[in-house]
Write a protein that binds this ligand. Structure first.
Ligand SMILES: [Zn+2]
Ligand SMILES: [Zn+2]
Length: 294
């Protein structure tokens, strides 16, 4: 039995993510549609997060160190507090949302709605999707579109559950043995980068929002470590760099993929995955012009 959602108060103040998204929309009206969609998505996440159970999983220091040094992500499928009716509900809502904003083909939308009506995606399917990254590593050649639209929707719908699992352990894990380009928590690919005050790069996972340190002269996609093959460009940011930092585009001249980073530079906020993927959208066109692919 699922607990019904608590009613949102109309006067509820914006979360920091929503406030930053509203500033972005005011500064860059051409992103209005993407911002509107993202505000709806983070609102869905916030509602789902209030209902995700917290499940502690305790790993001994030795197990943890062994997994990290072997390159095995820490969070196993069974550690994620999935609630299946909740996940399917969110999956359906994400499909509706992407459809309203014309981000998926109507035929794909129909197929995914039919999937939900038949009680899917089921635990075995979600496990397959999760484990493709978490246990097989990255032998699939880092295809950013692996699994197609359905996998992308599943990735969005799983976020509140994955990020809850990662939140529980993020502060307790010493990531110094981890030098891999993929997420030490769930095995996902980096969606963004960010920099600490000491100019150390951290990558941000696109599926669990976990962060990990990674050499800023190495490529997180092909793992090239040759600094001569890295090209960076910086772009002035919206709406106020002192508050919202700047974005950096880093292209790899070996695999021709690129990563966008949020550089705080004394700004008043840290990287926010759901904000900075949208705030940096204009960099995608700049990357494509320079011959890089996402
Ligand atoms: Zn992750
Ligand atoms: Zn590369």
């Amino acid at each position: 039995m699922t607990v019904p959602p608590t009613r949102e108060r109309l006067e509820r103040p914006d979360t920091p993510e929503v406030a930053a998204l509203r500033r972005l929309k005011a500064a860059q009206p051409q992103l209005a549609s993407a911002v509107d969609m993202q505000i709806e998505l983070v609102t869905l996440y916030r509602r789902a997060q209030t209902r995700v159970t917290t499940r502690m999983f305790d790993l001994g220091a030795e197990t943890l160190a062994a997994r990290l040094s072997a390159g095995t992500p820490i969070v196993r499928f069974g550690d994620v507090p999935f609630d299946w009716p909740e996940l399917r509900g969110l999956f359906r809502q994400v499909v509706d949302l992407l459809r309203r904003f014309d981000l998926i083909e109507p035929s794909d939308g129909d197929a995914m709605q039919a999937l939900v009506r038949s009680g899917r995606p089921n635990p075995a399917e979600v496990a397959n999707w999760y484990n493709l990254r978490a246990t097989q590593g990255h032998a699939d050649g880092h295809d950013p579109n692996a699994g197609g639209t359905q996998a992308q929707v599943l990735s969005l719908a799983s976020r509140p559950f994955l990020s809850r699992a990662v939140e529980m352990i993020h502060q307790r894990v010493d990531l110094s043995p981890w030098t891999r380009p993929y997420c030490p928590f769930c095995g996902g690919e980096p969606e963004l980068g960010t920099f600490s005050e000491a100019n150390q790069r951290r990558l941000v996972c696109g599926r669990c929002a976990g962060q990990w340190p990674f050499d800023d002269m190495a490529c997180p996609f092909c793992d090239s470590r040759d600094p001569r093959q890295v090209t960076s460009f910086e772009y002035g940011c919206w709406p106020d760099p002192a508050r919202d930092g700047v974005y950096r585009l880093t292209g790899c001249d070996v695999c021709h993929r690129y990563l966008k980073s949020y550089v705080p530079r004394g700004a008043s906020r840290p990287v926010m995955l759901d904000v900075d993927t949208i705030g940096s959208l204009l960099l995608d066109a700049a990357a494509a012009q320079r011959g890089y692919t996402g």
